[in-house]
Design a protein around this ligand. Structure first.
Ligand code: MN
Length: 727
């Protein structure tokens, strides 16, 4: 029977919270929770209120502020009673409501599996923790009390809760530097997840303990005397308690025997100032032989979870090897309580969630990473993936390495220089060609070790990541960046190949000049979500769209456009018909004139022309030099012009005078045919002077063509003279 009461909480709280208003609010929260959980029982048979009371007590031991204590008291009322969040908001404020919401599980019944449900709840909590770090502190206190009382649960539930604790909550506590809570969560969970090993380690410890304790006691007494003789004041020496789970993990991960790990004795010296830390270190090194390469200065360079201490391993005169940790009181508190020690509640200082978040992010790099992660991947549709990548990249035991400029970078165990490069900057990763670790060239898949000084070698002209890098990178972040580079590169390749295929098809269709525009693509393929020319190339490259289809479509569209142009020009031509007759003669100012070409002078384009307006039968076009013109009335003559573009042949009559010759006619006809001139009538006569007269009507395009033909006819030796008939 658990007899915990509000008095127990009050005793703890009043050691550091004195403001009566705060104390009153805490009491009201207790009354509210007690009322709401009335008649509820825990599996152990205790009244439900004992659980939130214990959670609040754990929180009070961490010296958290009043709002966090209240959130601890109320953390289960939304999940397990009929209270809604708004009620908490009204009664206890936004911060308390936010924390309670952050630790309240989703009630959505649509979960496909228990795993899915767990992942969604973890995601919700991690996101809430990104907004208010106190959410995780409340959750850890909740989990700690549940683990302390887990015996009451069914074996299946026990195993599931312990597994979840080792995977998510203990790593979070570790990352927050809350060593005490972390160690308790781990050791209590291991008891159920691997009972056989747990028992074995527990027994091994107690069986070696007597000898161990004797040795430790002996050394502690020796050092105490030594430091006092050296006038070191105000120090304390403790033997170190080892966490069963951390021994377990070393045995499993490093395949070590219990003796290899536990053989090393460890003591801790706590002093008042940092100066004294180094002074004591010097004294220890003067008295005992230091083991080379085992000295670590976590004061100058704190661990990513803010842990600070000097570590060294020395050998005593009796040949005992033991580790010495030297640190200040404050550092020791941070080492046990982590973030909670650092941000312990201070009265009369206004609390700001945002300010705290900022401070934590600047001290705890991984928290800044988490915030960034939340920002970048909050749309991650699969909560399981989200939680897995946070676990892998952020929560697993980490190595920390140095950049050449001395920055400490924190990476998951097993990380390679690739992971480091991508963590610093995407571009650094994409142009990386190699890495130097401690000034030596290492392969890309080199596994980074704690304390490595890593410099990334880059080349602007590097080909960038390849698919094999995906196997080398350990972090989700680096893999994500490599994948997106490969996708983009792949996209470029597809676009190139699609473009080439399309060009070839155009050539096959004998189209050598074409222009593809986004409009064309959008109109014809938009319904398939292909909107730009680039999309089009890519789909062809992928093979989802045939280049033949595109070219056929293009031809169809262009043909239609051409037909449109022809239709338009026909319409325009028809409008202009009034002015241009089929004779090719333009008549100024007259509508629908009937025009005929005179058959006396046979005018052709290029000839100067004049029109004669007949009575009732339109205009007759004559050559200006027509011999008939003199007989016509001057006032009926009008000026005419040939159109600039004419596409027809005109008859013209030639009279050829030649000497009698057998070959003459053949030669004349050859000349016409060599100029592709059609002859429409031919008349040959011999006169009394033994001259031959040929009258021939031929079809020509214009005066220039006619003159060319005449020039060539004149080369025939028998021909004496050529005249145009009618002039
Ligand atoms: Mn609870």
């Amino acid at each position: 029977m658990d007899n915990v009461s509000f008095k127990d909480l009050e005793n703890k709280v009043t050691t550091y919270i004195h403001n009566p208003d705060d104390l009153k609010r805490i009491y009201e929260a207790y009354l509210f929770a007690d009322e709401k959980h009335k008649n509820q029982m825990r599996k152990s048979g205790d009244p439900y209120i004992t659980h939130p009371l214990h959670v609040a007590i754990i929180l009070a031991e961490l010296h958290v502020g009043p709002d966090t204590i209240i959130a601890g008291l109320l953390h289960d009322v939304v999940e397990d009673t009929n209270v809604v969040l708004n009620e908490i908001k009204t009664k206890f404020g936004d911060d308390v409501a936010g924390m309670v919401d952050g630790v309240t599980k989703l009630t959505n019944m649509k979960f496909t599996s228990l795993e899915q449900k767990q992942a969604e709840n973890h995601q919700k909590m991690l996101l809430a923790m990104g907004k208010d770090i106190r959410v995780i502190v409340v959750k850890l206190a909740d989990r700690l009390h549940n683990i302390r009382t887990i015996d009451a649960q069914s074996p299946e539930k026990r195993e599931r809760i312990c597994k979840e604790t080792l995977e998510i909550y203990a790593p979070l506590a570790h990352r927050l530097g809350m060593f005490k809570i972390k160690a308790e969560l781990e050791d209590r969970s291991l008891r159920y997840t691997d009972p056989v090993m747990f028992k074995k380690i527990e027994e091994d410890i107690s069986s070696t303990n007597s000898a161990r304790l004797e040795n430790i006691d002996h050394i502690i007494i020796e050092i105490k005397k030594y430091l006092t003789d050296e006038h070191v004041s105000d120090f304390e020496i403790k033997g170190r308690v080892k966490n069963i789970y951390s021994i377990y993990k070393k045995m499993i991960n490093q395949h070590k025997e219990f003796e290899d790990i536990y053989d090393v004795l460890a003591i801790r010296i706590i002093v008042d100032t940092i100066d004294n830390c180094y002074r004591v270190l010097g004294l220890i090194h003067a008295k005992y032989t230091p083991v080379p390469k085992r000295f670590k200065d976590y004061i100058a360079v704190p661990k990513p979870n803010m842990y600070q201490s000097l570590h060294t391993t020395v050998i005593s005169g009796d040949g005992l090897t033991f580790e010495v940790q030297i640190r200040t009181k404050e550092m020791d508190e941070v080492a046990e309580l982590g973030i909670a020690a650092h941000w312990a509640y201070k009265e009369n200082v206004t609390y700001s969630k945002e300010k705290e978040q900022f401070e934590i992010a600047s001290k705890l790099k991984w928290y800044a990473d988490l915030l960034q992660f939340n920002e970048e991947d909050k749309d991650e549709s699969d909560p399981k993936k989200f939680v897995d990548s946070i676990r892998k990249d952020i929560l697993t035991t980490s190595v920390y390495v140095y950049t050449p400029t001395g920055d400490v970078i924190d990476l998951p165990k097993g990380a390679t220089p690739l992971d480091l490069a991508y963590k610093i900057h995407t571009e650094l990763g994409n142009t990386m060609i190699g890495a130097l670790v401690n000034k030596r060239i290492v392969p890309l898949d080199y596994e980074l070790q704690n304390g490595d000084i890593v410099s990334i070698r880059t080349n602007k002209n590097s080909q960038g990541p390849t698919a094999s890098w995906l196997k080398i990178a350990k972090t989700t972040h680096a893999r994500h960046k490599i994948k997106s580079f490969l996708n983009k590169q792949n996209k470029d390749v597809l676009i190139d190949s699609g473009k080439r295929q399309l060009e070839e098809e155009f050539q096959n269709q004998r189209i050598y000049s074409y222009e593809l525009k986004d409009d064309f693509v959008n109109e014809n393929f938009g319904k398939n979500n292909i909107q730009t020319v680039e999309d089009l190339y890519m789909e062809i490259g992928k093979g989802t769209l045939s280049e033949k289809t595109v070219v056929a479509k293009y031809i169809g569209v262009v043909k239609r456009a051409k037909e449109d142009i022809i239709q338009q020009s026909i319409a325009k031509f028809n409008r202009n018909q009034k002015h241009i007759s089929e004779t090719g003669v333009v008549v100024d100012g007259l509508t629908n004139p009937q025009i005929k070409l005179a058959v006396c002078c046979y005018p052709i384009p290029g000839d100067p022309i004049v029109g004669y307006i007949t009575k009732g039968s339109g205009i007759v076009v004559h050559h200006r030099d027509c011999k008939n013109l003199t007989t016509l009335q001057n006032e009926r003559l009008i000026d005419l012009m040939w159109d600039t573009v004419i596409n027809r042949k005109y008859p013209v009559m030639l009279k050829i005078l030649a000497s009698n010759n057998n070959q003459l006619l053949a030669e004349v006809m050859n000349t016409f045919s060599s100029f592709n001139i059609n002859v429409s009538s031919l008349n040959v006569k011999n006169n009394l002077n033994l001259e031959t007269i040929i009258k021939v009507k031929i079809m020509v395009s214009n005066l220039a063509e006619l003159e060319k033909v005449i020039t060539n006819l004149k080369k025939i030796s028998a021909i004496n003279e050529i005249r145009r008939e009618g002039l």
